[in-house]
Design a protein around this ligand. Structure first.
Ligand code: NQM
Length: 362
Protein backbone atom coordinates (compact mmCIF):
# COMPACT_ATOMS: atom_id res chain seq x y z
CA UNK A 1 0.00 0.00 0.00
CA UNK A 2 1.33 3.43 -0.90
CA UNK A 3 1.09 5.75 2.10
CA UNK A 4 1.36 9.53 1.89
CA UNK A 5 2.17 11.86 4.78
CA UNK A 6 2.14 15.68 4.90
CA UNK A 7 5.76 16.68 5.35
CA UNK A 8 8.05 19.73 5.36
CA UNK A 9 11.72 19.53 4.41
CA UNK A 10 13.65 22.14 6.37
CA UNK A 11 17.22 23.15 7.06
CA UNK A 12 17.74 23.79 10.75
CA UNK A 13 21.17 25.31 11.43
CA UNK A 14 23.77 23.07 9.79
CA UNK A 15 21.41 20.07 9.57
CA UNK A 16 18.46 19.13 7.41
CA UNK A 17 15.44 17.01 8.16
CA UNK A 18 11.82 16.07 7.69
CA UNK A 19 9.28 17.87 9.86
CA UNK A 20 5.91 16.31 10.69
CA UNK A 21 2.88 17.09 12.79
CA UNK A 22 2.58 14.35 15.40
CA UNK A 23 -1.04 13.71 14.38
CA UNK A 24 0.05 12.87 10.81
CA UNK A 25 2.22 9.93 11.89
CA UNK A 26 1.18 6.56 13.38
CA UNK A 27 0.71 6.69 17.16
CA UNK A 28 2.43 3.35 17.66
CA UNK A 29 6.19 4.06 17.78
CA UNK A 30 7.19 0.84 15.98
CA UNK A 31 4.82 1.62 13.08
CA UNK A 32 6.00 5.26 13.08
CA UNK A 33 9.67 4.25 12.94
CA UNK A 34 9.04 1.71 10.16
CA UNK A 35 7.37 4.46 8.14
CA UNK A 36 10.20 6.94 8.79
CA UNK A 37 12.81 4.41 7.66
CA UNK A 38 10.90 4.00 4.39
CA UNK A 39 10.50 7.76 3.92
CA UNK A 40 14.21 8.38 4.51
CA UNK A 41 15.34 5.40 2.41
CA UNK A 42 17.14 3.62 5.27
CA UNK A 43 18.90 1.28 5.62
CA UNK A 44 21.06 2.16 2.61
CA UNK A 45 24.25 4.14 2.67
CA UNK A 46 23.03 6.25 -0.27
CA UNK A 47 19.39 6.48 0.95
CA UNK A 48 18.66 6.38 -2.75
CA UNK A 49 15.02 5.33 -2.35
CA UNK A 50 14.11 8.03 0.15
CA UNK A 51 14.42 11.65 1.20
CA UNK A 52 17.48 11.26 3.44
CA UNK A 53 20.73 12.89 2.38
CA UNK A 54 23.04 9.90 3.08
CA UNK A 55 24.67 11.49 6.15
CA UNK A 56 23.57 11.59 9.82
CA UNK A 57 23.25 15.39 9.57
CA UNK A 58 20.67 15.05 6.78
CA UNK A 59 18.79 12.02 8.12
CA UNK A 60 16.88 13.71 10.91
CA UNK A 61 13.24 14.02 11.89
CA UNK A 62 11.27 16.54 13.97
CA UNK A 63 7.81 15.61 15.25
CA UNK A 64 5.90 18.61 16.53
CA UNK A 65 2.57 19.02 18.33
CA UNK A 66 0.74 21.57 20.48
CA UNK A 67 2.27 21.39 23.92
CA UNK A 68 0.50 19.52 26.69
CA UNK A 69 2.24 21.80 29.22
CA UNK A 70 1.23 25.20 30.48
CA UNK A 71 4.51 27.06 30.04
CA UNK A 72 5.43 25.86 26.55
CA UNK A 73 3.72 26.28 23.17
CA UNK A 74 4.84 23.15 21.34
CA UNK A 75 6.38 19.75 22.04
CA UNK A 76 9.30 18.68 19.82
CA UNK A 77 10.43 15.09 19.56
CA UNK A 78 13.69 14.56 17.67
CA UNK A 79 14.43 11.25 15.95
CA UNK A 80 17.76 10.27 14.38
CA UNK A 81 17.27 7.88 11.47
CA UNK A 82 20.44 5.85 10.96
CA UNK A 83 21.53 5.98 7.34
CA UNK A 84 22.79 2.41 6.86
CA UNK A 85 20.89 0.52 9.59
CA UNK A 86 17.20 0.00 10.30
CA UNK A 87 17.47 2.10 13.43
CA UNK A 88 15.47 5.12 14.59
CA UNK A 89 16.60 6.60 17.89
CA UNK A 90 15.13 9.09 20.35
CA UNK A 91 18.19 8.82 22.61
CA UNK A 92 19.49 12.27 21.68
CA UNK A 93 18.18 15.76 21.19
CA UNK A 94 19.19 18.02 18.27
CA UNK A 95 19.64 21.77 18.62
CA UNK A 96 20.18 22.36 14.91
CA UNK A 97 16.88 20.79 13.89
CA UNK A 98 15.36 22.69 16.85
CA UNK A 99 16.02 25.90 14.86
CA UNK A 100 13.37 24.79 12.35
CA UNK A 101 10.76 23.91 14.99
CA UNK A 102 9.61 27.50 15.73
CA UNK A 103 9.11 28.36 12.02
CA UNK A 104 7.35 25.00 11.41
CA UNK A 105 5.02 25.56 14.40
CA UNK A 106 4.04 28.98 13.02
CA UNK A 107 3.62 27.63 9.45
CA UNK A 108 1.30 24.93 10.80
CA UNK A 109 -0.73 27.32 12.98
CA UNK A 110 0.26 25.63 16.25
CA UNK A 111 1.01 29.04 17.75
CA UNK A 112 -0.78 32.34 17.20
CA UNK A 113 1.14 35.32 15.91
CA UNK A 114 0.38 39.02 16.09
CA UNK A 115 0.71 40.38 12.51
CA UNK A 116 1.86 43.74 13.86
CA UNK A 117 4.96 42.14 15.48
CA UNK A 118 8.25 41.42 13.71
CA UNK A 119 9.07 38.35 15.77
CA UNK A 120 7.47 35.58 17.77
CA UNK A 121 9.00 33.80 20.76
CA UNK A 122 8.04 30.13 20.48
CA UNK A 123 8.41 28.19 23.74
CA UNK A 124 9.46 24.66 22.91
CA UNK A 125 9.41 21.59 25.14
CA UNK A 126 12.14 19.20 23.98
CA UNK A 127 10.57 15.80 24.60
CA UNK A 128 13.81 13.78 24.29
CA UNK A 129 15.41 15.45 27.29
CA UNK A 130 12.44 16.97 29.11
CA UNK A 131 13.98 20.45 28.88
CA UNK A 132 12.75 23.70 27.35
CA UNK A 133 14.02 26.29 24.86
CA UNK A 134 12.70 29.63 23.62
CA UNK A 135 13.19 30.28 19.92
CA UNK A 136 12.79 33.80 18.49
CA UNK A 137 11.43 33.55 14.94
CA UNK A 138 11.36 36.57 12.58
CA UNK A 139 7.98 37.53 11.10
CA UNK A 140 6.82 39.61 8.19
CA UNK A 141 3.09 40.45 7.96
CA UNK A 142 2.28 37.63 10.35
CA UNK A 143 4.18 34.99 8.34
CA UNK A 144 7.58 33.44 8.99
CA UNK A 145 10.35 35.52 7.46
CA UNK A 146 13.21 33.24 6.36
CA UNK A 147 15.20 35.92 4.54
CA UNK A 148 17.87 37.96 6.26
CA UNK A 149 21.50 38.74 6.80
CA UNK A 150 22.37 36.32 9.60
CA UNK A 151 25.30 34.06 8.75
CA UNK A 152 26.31 30.84 10.51
CA UNK A 153 29.48 28.92 9.69
CA UNK A 154 28.75 25.73 7.76
CA UNK A 155 25.89 27.26 5.72
CA UNK A 156 26.89 29.17 2.57
CA UNK A 157 24.13 31.81 2.40
CA UNK A 158 22.55 34.18 4.92
CA UNK A 159 19.00 33.94 6.31
CA UNK A 160 16.84 35.47 9.03
CA UNK A 161 18.23 34.86 12.52
CA UNK A 162 16.66 32.31 14.84
CA UNK A 163 17.80 33.11 18.39
CA UNK A 164 17.61 30.20 20.79
CA UNK A 165 17.77 30.38 24.58
CA UNK A 166 18.19 27.29 26.76
CA UNK A 167 17.38 27.54 30.44
CA UNK A 168 17.43 24.13 32.10
CA UNK A 169 19.58 21.77 30.08
CA UNK A 170 22.28 20.68 32.57
CA UNK A 171 22.25 16.90 32.92
CA UNK A 172 19.23 16.59 30.63
CA UNK A 173 20.23 13.11 29.37
CA UNK A 174 22.65 11.89 32.06
CA UNK A 175 21.05 13.30 35.22
CA UNK A 176 23.96 15.61 36.10
CA UNK A 177 26.15 18.19 34.38
CA UNK A 178 29.22 16.09 35.21
CA UNK A 179 27.61 12.63 35.36
CA UNK A 180 30.69 10.79 36.67
CA UNK A 181 31.01 13.32 39.50
CA UNK A 182 34.46 14.33 38.25
CA UNK A 183 35.92 17.01 36.03
CA UNK A 184 38.33 14.41 34.62
CA UNK A 185 38.25 10.61 34.46
CA UNK A 186 40.68 8.14 32.95
CA UNK A 187 39.33 5.60 30.48
CA UNK A 188 41.67 3.18 28.72
CA UNK A 189 44.63 5.23 29.94
CA UNK A 190 43.22 8.40 28.38
CA UNK A 191 42.06 11.50 30.27
CA UNK A 192 38.48 12.38 29.44
CA UNK A 193 35.86 14.87 30.59
CA UNK A 194 32.30 13.56 30.56
CA UNK A 195 29.73 16.36 30.45
CA UNK A 196 26.06 16.87 29.64
CA UNK A 197 24.91 20.44 29.21
CA UNK A 198 22.13 19.52 26.79
CA UNK A 199 24.14 16.85 24.93
CA UNK A 200 26.27 14.08 26.43
CA UNK A 201 29.82 14.73 25.22
CA UNK A 202 33.20 13.19 26.06
CA UNK A 203 36.08 15.61 25.61
CA UNK A 204 39.47 14.21 24.65
CA UNK A 205 42.75 16.02 24.11
CA UNK A 206 43.67 15.60 20.41
CA UNK A 207 47.36 15.42 21.35
CA UNK A 208 46.74 12.26 23.40
CA UNK A 209 45.87 10.60 20.07
CA UNK A 210 48.92 11.93 18.23
CA UNK A 211 46.75 14.49 16.42
CA UNK A 212 47.05 18.24 15.96
CA UNK A 213 43.28 18.67 16.11
CA UNK A 214 43.19 20.40 12.73
CA UNK A 215 42.73 17.19 10.69
CA UNK A 216 39.77 17.15 8.28
CA UNK A 217 36.67 15.06 9.06
CA UNK A 218 37.51 12.66 6.19
CA UNK A 219 41.10 12.22 7.43
CA UNK A 220 39.79 11.34 10.88
CA UNK A 221 37.09 9.00 9.54
CA UNK A 222 39.71 7.24 7.42
CA UNK A 223 41.96 6.56 10.43
CA UNK A 224 40.60 3.15 11.50
CA UNK A 225 42.79 2.60 14.61
CA UNK A 226 41.80 6.08 15.84
CA UNK A 227 38.09 5.42 15.25
CA UNK A 228 38.34 2.08 17.07
CA UNK A 229 40.11 3.60 20.07
CA UNK A 230 37.58 6.41 20.31
CA UNK A 231 34.69 3.95 20.07
CA UNK A 232 36.19 1.75 22.84
CA UNK A 233 36.43 4.81 25.11
CA UNK A 234 32.88 5.83 24.15
CA UNK A 235 31.40 2.46 25.12
CA UNK A 236 32.95 2.71 28.59
CA UNK A 237 32.09 6.39 28.96
CA UNK A 238 28.44 5.62 28.14
CA UNK A 239 28.22 3.34 31.18
CA UNK A 240 29.91 5.92 33.44
CA UNK A 241 27.55 8.64 32.15
CA UNK A 242 24.39 6.69 33.11
CA UNK A 243 23.56 6.03 29.46
CA UNK A 244 23.92 2.24 29.69
CA UNK A 245 25.01 0.28 26.64
CA UNK A 246 25.58 2.93 23.96
CA UNK A 247 26.67 0.55 21.18
CA UNK A 248 23.49 1.37 19.24
CA UNK A 249 23.05 4.92 20.55
CA UNK A 250 24.27 8.14 18.97
CA UNK A 251 25.36 9.51 22.35
CA UNK A 252 27.76 10.35 23.86
CA UNK A 253 29.44 12.43 21.16
CA UNK A 254 33.25 12.38 21.22
CA UNK A 255 34.96 15.77 20.88
CA UNK A 256 38.69 15.98 20.25
CA UNK A 257 39.82 19.35 21.60
CA UNK A 258 42.94 21.34 20.84
CA UNK A 259 44.24 24.91 21.10
CA UNK A 260 42.41 27.37 18.81
CA UNK A 261 43.99 28.69 15.64
CA UNK A 262 41.42 31.21 14.38
CA UNK A 263 40.71 33.46 17.33
CA UNK A 264 38.26 31.12 19.10
CA UNK A 265 38.63 29.78 22.64
CA UNK A 266 38.97 26.12 21.70
CA UNK A 267 39.19 24.00 18.57
CA UNK A 268 37.12 20.82 18.06
CA UNK A 269 36.63 17.75 15.87
CA UNK A 270 33.49 15.87 16.93
CA UNK A 271 32.58 12.23 16.27
CA UNK A 272 28.74 12.04 16.22
CA UNK A 273 29.68 9.30 17.01
CA UNK A 274 30.81 7.33 13.92
CA UNK A 275 30.99 10.11 11.37
CA UNK A 276 32.88 13.32 12.06
CA UNK A 277 30.74 16.47 12.14
CA UNK A 278 31.50 19.03 9.40
CA UNK A 279 30.86 21.66 12.08
CA UNK A 280 29.59 20.85 15.60
CA UNK A 281 26.13 20.24 17.03
CA UNK A 282 24.32 23.05 18.86
CA UNK A 283 23.91 21.37 22.22
CA UNK A 284 27.20 19.59 21.60
CA UNK A 285 28.91 22.98 21.43
CA UNK A 286 27.09 24.17 24.57
CA UNK A 287 28.52 21.13 26.39
CA UNK A 288 32.04 21.79 25.01
CA UNK A 289 31.81 25.50 25.89
CA UNK A 290 30.70 24.60 29.43
CA UNK A 291 33.64 22.22 29.85
CA UNK A 292 35.99 25.06 28.84
CA UNK A 293 34.78 27.11 31.78
CA UNK A 294 34.98 24.72 34.75
CA UNK A 295 38.51 24.44 36.08
CA UNK A 296 40.17 21.03 35.86
CA UNK A 297 38.50 19.62 32.74
CA UNK A 298 40.40 18.31 29.71
CA UNK A 299 39.42 21.54 27.91
CA UNK A 300 40.27 24.03 30.63
CA UNK A 301 43.63 22.37 31.33
CA UNK A 302 44.46 23.09 27.71
CA UNK A 303 43.34 26.71 27.90
CA UNK A 304 44.71 27.78 31.30
CA UNK A 305 42.08 30.53 31.54
CA UNK A 306 39.73 31.41 34.40
CA UNK A 307 36.29 32.97 34.09
CA UNK A 308 34.51 35.49 36.30
CA UNK A 309 30.84 35.07 37.19
CA UNK A 310 28.45 36.66 34.70
CA UNK A 311 27.80 36.61 31.00
CA UNK A 312 30.52 35.21 28.70
CA UNK A 313 30.81 34.22 25.04
CA UNK A 314 32.75 31.09 24.12
CA UNK A 315 33.76 30.69 20.47
CA UNK A 316 34.14 27.02 19.61
CA UNK A 317 36.19 26.39 16.45
CA UNK A 318 35.17 23.48 14.20
CA UNK A 319 36.09 22.22 10.70
CA UNK A 320 34.03 24.85 8.86
CA UNK A 321 34.37 27.87 11.14
CA UNK A 322 33.21 28.81 14.62
CA UNK A 323 30.18 28.47 16.85
CA UNK A 324 29.50 31.18 19.46
CA UNK A 325 27.82 30.17 22.70
CA UNK A 326 26.71 32.86 25.13
CA UNK A 327 26.39 31.69 28.74
CA UNK A 328 25.59 33.11 32.18
CA UNK A 329 27.91 31.31 34.58
CA UNK A 330 28.80 31.25 38.27
CA UNK A 331 31.45 29.57 40.45
CA UNK A 332 33.62 28.10 37.72
CA UNK A 333 36.36 27.18 40.21
CA UNK A 334 34.24 24.57 41.99
CA UNK A 335 32.77 21.41 40.49
CA UNK A 336 30.01 21.21 43.11
CA UNK A 337 29.00 24.89 42.90
CA UNK A 338 29.48 25.59 39.20
CA UNK A 339 26.27 26.60 37.38
CA UNK A 340 25.30 27.72 33.91
CA UNK A 341 22.10 29.73 34.31
CA UNK A 342 21.42 30.22 30.61
CA UNK A 343 22.92 29.42 27.23
CA UNK A 344 22.01 31.32 24.07
CA UNK A 345 23.02 31.04 20.45
CA UNK A 346 22.24 32.09 16.94
CA UNK A 347 21.02 29.73 14.22
CA UNK A 348 19.18 30.19 10.95
CA UNK A 349 16.57 27.92 9.35
CA UNK A 350 14.91 27.66 5.98
CA UNK A 351 11.82 26.01 4.58
CA UNK A 352 13.04 24.01 1.56
CA UNK A 353 9.93 22.12 0.47
CA UNK A 354 6.46 21.22 1.65
CA UNK A 355 4.21 18.53 0.33
CA UNK A 356 3.48 14.86 0.74
CA UNK A 357 6.10 12.20 1.33
CA UNK A 358 5.38 8.70 -0.01
CA UNK A 359 6.32 5.27 1.30
CA UNK A 360 5.43 1.77 0.24
CA UNK A 361 4.03 0.18 3.43
CA UNK A 362 2.51 -3.21 4.26
O1 NQM B 1 24.23 18.88 19.39
C1 NQM B 1 24.62 16.47 15.32
C2 NQM B 1 23.58 18.49 14.51
C3 NQM B 1 23.83 17.51 15.61
C4 NQM B 1 23.21 17.65 16.89
C5 NQM B 1 24.99 15.44 16.25
C6 NQM B 1 22.97 19.01 17.38
C7 NQM B 1 23.19 19.29 18.82
O2 NQM B 1 24.48 19.21 14.14
O3 NQM B 1 22.33 19.95 19.39
O4 NQM B 1 22.58 19.91 16.69
O5 NQM B 1 25.79 15.71 17.13
O6 NQM B 1 24.46 14.34 16.08
O7 NQM B 1 22.47 18.50 14.00
Amino acid sequence: MLKSVPCYLMRGGTSKGLFFLKEDLPEDSAARDALLLKLMGSPDERQIDGLGGAHPLTSKVAIVSRSTRENTDVDYLFLQVTVDKALVSDAQNCGNILAGVGPFAIEKGLVNVDPSQNHKDVRIHMVNTGSDAVSRVQLSNGKVNYQGEAAIDGVPLTSAPVLINFLDIAGSSCGALFPTGNAVDTILETEVTCIDNGMPVVLLNAQDFGLTGTESPSELEGNTPLCERIESIRLQAGQLMNLGDVAKKTVPKMSLVSKPSAGGLINTRTFIPHRVHDAIGVLGSVSVATACVLQGTVASKLLQQSFDDGSIVVDVEHPTGQFSVEMDIANSASLSEFVVHRAALLRTARLLMRGEAFADCE
